[in-house]
Design a protein around this ligand. Structure first.
Ligand code: ADP
Length: 222
């Protein structure tokens, strides 16, 4: 299937956890550059698993995830790590922050691990920290701040390296209505400005409404 050079195409995807404990199947999902897609479905149906396979963290047993020019799962382990660090922004449901690092250090982690630390990336990290209302905590350890603040650190970290593809798993779950709105706008504006596909799992109806498309996970396998 033809894909624009910065879109995402998933085809014939099958993934199974060890011991056949749970499996997902996605026949086809195409997300265009700059398109914002919300994935919905009952708890436990496999939405987070799909995000992890798409983002290259879990390897499928069959099928392809094409992101721009890359067939993600045919890359070597090293090339995949590099691709993820450079091109993928991922907000995990449990945030996956390093509690012994400060807010600023957590946000800059992908930039530093990827070796593309620069004045502009540091400035961008600070701008995101400010936009997300956590500037006052910049030098505090993430274990010392609230759950909602930690969620916003995870969002700043996902965007600081200007990824070409953004995935977010329930990125507003710990936030009040005002913060949910700010985070939603930040992610949507980013996707449109950078022409980055944005794929987000959310139960939040107000957020779903703002997306280009809402996809029911249970309908992805015919
Ligand atoms: P959702 O995001 O839709 O709530 P998940 O993808 O988190 O669903 O989980 C789907 C199923 O996969 C659940 O039954 C969950 O228990 C199972 N699961 C999640 N992670 C693992 C794992 N690491 N090993 C085995 N099973 C898992």
């Amino acid at each position: 299937m033809p894909t624009d050079s910065t879109g995402i195409t998933v085809s014939g995807l099958k993934f199974e956890y060890p011991n056949e404990s749970f499996a997902i199947r996605v026949d086809s999902l195409v997300v265009m550059p700059g398109e914002a897609v919300a994935i919905v479905g009952p708890s436990g149906c496999g939405k987070s698993t799909l995000l992890r396979v798409m983002a290259g963290l879990l390897s499928p047993h069959a099928g392809r995830v094409q992101m721009g020019a890359h067939d993600v799962h045919s890359l070597s382990a090293r090339a995949l790590r590099e691709f993820r660090l450079r091109s993928v922004g991922l907000v995990f449901q449990d945030f996956a922050l390093l509690d012994y690092l400060t807010v600023e250090e957590n946000v800059l982690l992908p930039v530093r691990l990827g070796g593309f630390d620069s004045e502009s990336s540091v400035a961008r990290a600070h701008e995101l920290i400010g936009q997300l209302g956590i500037a006052v905590h910049t030098r505090r350890l993430t274990r010392e701040i609230s759950q909602g603040e930690r969620q916003r650190v995870a969002i700043a970290r996902a965007l600081a390296h200007q990824p070409r593809f953004v995935f977010a798993d329930e990125p507003t779950a710990s936030l009040d209505a005002v913060r949910r709105d700010i985070v939603g706008s930040l992610l949507l504006d980013y996707a449109r400005r950078e022409s980055a596909p944005l794929i987000l799992v959310t139960h939040d109806p107000a957020l779903q409404q703002r997306f280009d498309r809402v996809v029911d996970f249970t309908e992805l396998s015919a």
